[in-house]
Design a protein around this ligand. Structure first.
Ligand SMILES: Cc1ncc(COP(=O)(O)O)c(C=O)c1O
Length: 414
C-alpha cells in the first residue's frame, strides 16, 4: 500500500495522523501496553456505536470468527454454511474447529450469499450459518435470520469489512454488529475502514458468550491480569479451560478509539466518492457497477466494478498499474486455493455434494457466480484522503483502458 512516488494512487490507504500517534504515545508512556483499560474503553465505545450489549476486542477478525464458532458449539465434523467467495480467513476459521465449510454461491446481483440456495444444504450435520457482508455491502439478514431460526441454527456475521454499514430493520437504520444475528465479527486490518494495525471485535447480546470470549482470548485464565495487578492481596489464577492468546494490546485499542471518532467523517467521504464513481462510470459500456439494495447502506470499504470479459481483467489492471494506479481483482474464492479446495486432505462441500457432485479441481459448477466475480471484477481505489481530482484521474484512465483493451480484444479475435 505504501509507495514513495507522490503520483501513485493506492487502492486503499488508512487515515492515520497525529491523533493516533499521540494516543499510542500516551499508552506507551503509561507503562501498561498489553490488554488493559484502553481495550476496555474501546470495547465500550464500540458496543455503544453499533448498539450491541457486549463487545470483546481480540487480535483479528480471524480469531474473532474462531471464538464465535466455538461459542455456538461448532465441533469436529460439523458443517458450517458460508460462501467460498470471501477472504480465505472465513473458511479457515471453520477449519480451526475441525468443521467442514459448506459453500453456497453468491447472488449475481448483490454479490452476497444467495439466500435461496441456503435451505438445500441444511442437514443434520449443519451447526451454524456464517454469512459475510462482502466488502462492506450488507447481506440479506432479513431473509437469513428467519430461515436460520426455523432450523434452530445460530447466525454468525463475518462483518470484517462492515464497520459503519447499515441495514433497514423494522423501519430504522441499524448498524451492522447490533447484532441482528447471534454474533458479529469485525476486522481492524489496514484495508478496512477503521484500523488498529491488526485487530478484531466480537459483538453479541449474549452475556454467557461474552464471558467465554474473555476467558478464551487470554489463555483461559480465570482472573484478568489487570485485576491481579491492581489487587492489594495476593491472587492466584487458575486455567479452567484451554484458551488462546487472542488479545488486543492497549496501544492498538488507543488507536482504535481515535479511529472510531473519525468514522462518521470517513463514512460520509466514502459514500460521496462511491456515489461519484457510480454517476461517472455509468456511461462506460459493458461494465456493471455495484448494486446497493434499498434496505442497505454500505460503508464502501471497496468499490468493485464487473467487466464483461475475464480476458480484460488482467489487461485493464496492468494498464492502470502502468499509469501508477493500483487496483485489485475480485474477492478470492477459497475453494480454488491449494490451501483448501484443491487439496484432497481438506474437506469442503458445495450445494451439489449430497447429490454426488464431482467438482473439477479449481472449478465448481455450483459456485459459478463466485468464480465469475473473482475473474471479472476490478476493485478501484477508494480511501478517505482521495480528492475528487485524483478520483477523476482514476475514472478517466479506467475509461480509456477499458476502451483500448476492448479494441485490442476485438482485433485479436477477428
Ligand atoms: C470477509 C473477511 N473475513 C475475515 C477477514 C480476516 O480479517 P483479519 O485479517 O482481521 O483476520 C477478512 C480480511 O480481509 C475479510 O475480508
Amino acid at each position: 500500500m505504501i509507495s514513495n512516488d507522490s503520483s501513485f494512487i493506492p487502492v486503499a490507504k488508512p487515515w492515520l495522523d497525529e491523533s493516533e500517534a499521540l494516543a499510542a504515545q500516551r499508552v506507551i508512556l503509561s507503562g501498561w501496553v498489553t490488554q488493559g483499560s484502553e481495550v476496555n474503553k474501546f470495547e465500550n465505545e464500540f458496543a455503544a456505536y453499533v448498539g450491541a450489549n457486549y463487545a470483546c476486542a481480540v487480535s483479528s477478525c480471524t480469531t474473532a470468527l474462531h471464538l464465535a464458532l466455538l461459542a455456538v458449539g461448532v465441533k469436529q465434523g460439523d458443517e458450517v454454511i458460508t460462501v467460498s467467495q470471501s477472504y480465505i480467513a472465513t473458511a479457515n476459521s471453520i477449519r480451526y474447529c475441525a468443521a467442514i465449510p459448506v459453500f453456497v454461491d453468491v447472488c449475481s446481483i448483490t454479490h452476497n450469499i444467495d439466500v435461496d440456495k441456503i435451505e438445500s444444504v441444511i442437514n443434520s450435520k449443519t451447526r451454524a450459518i456464517l454469512c459475510v457482508h462482502q466488502v462492506g455491502m450488507p447481506c440479506d439478514l432479513q431473509a437469513i435470520i428467519p430461515l436460520a431460526k426455523s432450523y434452530g441454527l445460530p447466525v454468525i456475521e463475518d462483518a470484517a469489512c462492515a464497520i459503519g454499514s447499515e441495514i433497514l430493520w423494522d423501519g430504522e437504520w441499524d448498524k451492522i454488529g447490533k447484532p441482528h444475528g447471534d454474533i458479529a465479527c469485525f476486522s481492524f486490518h489496514p484495508r478496512k475502514v477503521v484500523t488498529t494495525g491488526d485487530g478484531g471485535m466480537i459483538t453479541t447480546n449474549n452475556s454467557e458468550w461474552d464471558k467465554q470470549f474473555r476467558l478464551w482470548r487470554q489463555h483461559g485464565m480465570s482472573i484478568p491480569d489487570t485485576v491481579r495487578h491492581h489487587s492489594t492481596e495476593v491472587v492466584f489464577e487458575s486455567y479452567p479451560v484451554m484458551g488462546y492468546n487472542y488479545r488486543m494490546t492497549d496501544i492498538q485499542a488507543a488507536i482504535g478509539r481515535e479511529q472510531l471518532k473519525k468514522l462518521p467523517v470517513m463514512l460520509e467521504k466514502r459514500r460521496h466518492l462511491a456515489d461519484r464513481y457510480s454517476k461517472q462510470l455509468i456511461h462506460i459500456n459493458d461494465i456493471r457497477l455495484p448494486h446497493q439494495p434499498a434496505w442497505a447502506r454500505s460503508n464502501w470499504q471497496s468499490y468493485p466494478v464487473t467487466l464483461s470479459s475475464s480476458k480484460l481483467q488482467r489487461t485493464v489492471m496492468q494498464m492502470l498499474r502502468d499509469q501508477n494506479i493500483a487496483t485489485r481483482r475480485g474477492v478470492m474464492c477459497a475453494h480454488r486455493e491449494k490451501a483448501l479446495g484443491l487439496d484432497e486432505r481438506y474437506e469442503w462441500r458445495c450445494e451439489g455434494f449430497y447429490a454426488g457432485c464431482k467438482c473439477n479441481p479449481g472449478s465448481c459448477e455450483k459456485l459459478q457466480n463466485s468464480e465469475y466475480l473473482q475473474d471479472h471484477q476490478v476493485i478501484l481505489p477508494l480511501y478517505h484522503q482521495m480528492t475528487e481530482s485524483v478520483q477523476d484521474v482514476v475514472i478517466q484512465s479506467f475509461d480509456v483502458c477499458i476502451a483500448s483493451s476492448h479494441k485490442s480484444m476485438v482485433a485479436t479475435s477477428s
